[in-house]
Design a binder for this molecule. Structure first.
Ligand code: GTR
Length: 427
């Protein structure tokens, strides 16, 4: 190879490396340029009534806000399955050198055709007696990526990524353990928690035509029995629906305390967890890790990723009505602080990363803070600070928040805060 070619390749590599985390150009990353906006007040009902008690919130305002998010952002979701079944496909009581019991459970939604299967991987600490609290979260790349444990079934469905051990969008053995840095399984077990996870692509592959192979192609009515067109719901709604089905299973597992399930998700799966936690009050805690636009971040700030950009890059994530707010965030009847507020009075945690400016860390903080007045109705404390805390300084009581150093990822530091938050509220 000529020397000039080697130089060229080296330069290209260095460029790629230095720009690996560079956020897209043409978006605002300057706090001073955030447009002026007024947030809708979670405590003013659609008819103008001011909500002053937790009772009023629970009886009417909560439902109103849920419906606003259904109508304008995430869409509706499917009916309950009529033939939900759970099959334990493998169980190993001496997994991870005897530390854990590993179960793999397949959820199916229909008796006859058996088209859809949601494969749930569960680790429970053998040191625990019974009734284990668990963390539940979707993974991005298949259950086999969260740990190198060879007993984990290799996923056979379509994988979004075509690297890290995936070939032709199918997982190979080389993909095992590739996402393990995001899942400190042994630490979770040592702290007395179980872990349940599933691949979100089991419910619907994450691309614009993924619905054709997902449950959105199957269910014709929503949870109230009304006809459901494809655009009436969204991939995020479908994925969130799947998390509730996992909860249906957890409720039947005698080794698990389904009243103490902490739901977490990163990035797009953080958006999904927030919507699932809002819809389904069986989740005791909801945790958003770097969920950004359409997750914890306030849409009106248009800082980093905007509504228009997300609707263009990922048209399948949100419902059709959300597209009307491209470049027009101020007209949205909701903003994301109201989504956080839907968790009340259950504890909720929002986390950001300093270099993850695409996700608007300050917008994530302001949203967590903006849910505070609703928690106050219940006599509960929110983030407890006026402005974004310094890096690596977690704050908050019933609404937890931190911004850590580093980029868009789930790290041991994040988990340490989530475990501490769960200890505080679930133990
Ligand atoms: C990005 C998207 C973000 C976030 C992220 C992810 O491309 O713009 O909203 O969801 O993907 O999920 O990793």
């Amino acid at each position: 190879m000529p020397f000039s070619r080697i130089l060229g390749i080296t330069a290209a590599l260095l460029f790629a490396m230095s720009h690996a985390y560079a956020p897209p150009e043409g978006f605002n990353y300057d706090e001073a340029k955030v447009p002026h906006y007024t947030l809708p007040d979670p405590l003013v009902a659609n008819d103008g009534t001011v909500i002053t008690s937790s009772r009023q919130w629970q009886q009417s305002r909560r439902t109103e806000i849920l419906e606003l998010f259904e109508t304008y952002v995430y869409g509706r979701r499917a009916q309950l399955p009529t033939d939900l079944s759970f099959t334990t496909t493998s169980i190993d009581t001496h997994a991870l050198n005897g530390k854990a019991t590993r179960k793999q459970v397949t959820l199916r939604f229909e008796k006859e055709a058996h088209r859809y299967a949601l494969h749930v991987l569960i680790y429970l600490p053998n040191s625990a007696k019974a009734d284990v609290p668990v963390f539940l979260g979707y993974n991005f790349n298949g259950n086999h990526t969260i740990h190198s444990d060879p007993g984990i079934h290799l996923s056979t469905v379509w994988m979004r990524k075509n690297d890290n051990g995936n070939v032709n969008h199918q997982a190979t053995n080389d993909a095992r353990g590739k996402s393990s840095s995001r899942w400190p399984v042994e630490t979770i077990l040592d702290r007395g928690y179980g872990l349940a996870t599933a691949y979100y692509g089991d419910i619907e592959p994450d691309h614009k035509n993924g619905w054709k192979e997902g449950i959105r192609d199957f269910y014709q009515t929503d949870e109230n029995g009304n006809p459901l067109a494809l655009e009436d719901w969204s991939a995020i709604s479908a994925w969130a629906w799947g998390l509730s089905r996992i909860m249906d299973y957890l409720e039947t597992d005698p080794e698990i305390d389904s009243k103490r399930v902490a739901l977490l998700g990163h990035s797009r799966l953080g958006k999904t967890s927030l919507w699932a936690g809002a819809k389904d009050e069986r989740f005791a805690i909801t945790i958003s890790n770097d969920s950004g636009c359409g997750g914890a971040a306030l849409s009106r700030r248009a800082f980093g990723e905007t509504v228009e950009r997300i609707n263009t890059s990922f048209p399948h994530w949100f419902n059709r009505t959300f597209k009307q707010y491209n470049g027009n965030e101020n007209a949205l009847p909701v903003d994301q602080h109201m989504l956080i507020a839907l968790m009340a009075p259950r504890p909720v945690y929002v986390a950001s990363a300093e270099e993850d400016i695409w996700a608007d860390p300050n917008g994530e903080f302001l949203s967590a803070k903006g849910a505070g007045p609703v928690y106050k109705l219940f006599g509960l404390k929110g983030v407890g600070v006026k402005s974004q805390p310094p890096v690596n300084t977690p704050v908050g009581n019933h609404i937890g928040y931190h911004i850590r150093t580093g980029g868009h990822d789930v790290t041991d530091y994040d988990w340490e805060q989530y475990l501490g938050f769960a200890d505080k509220h679930l133990k």
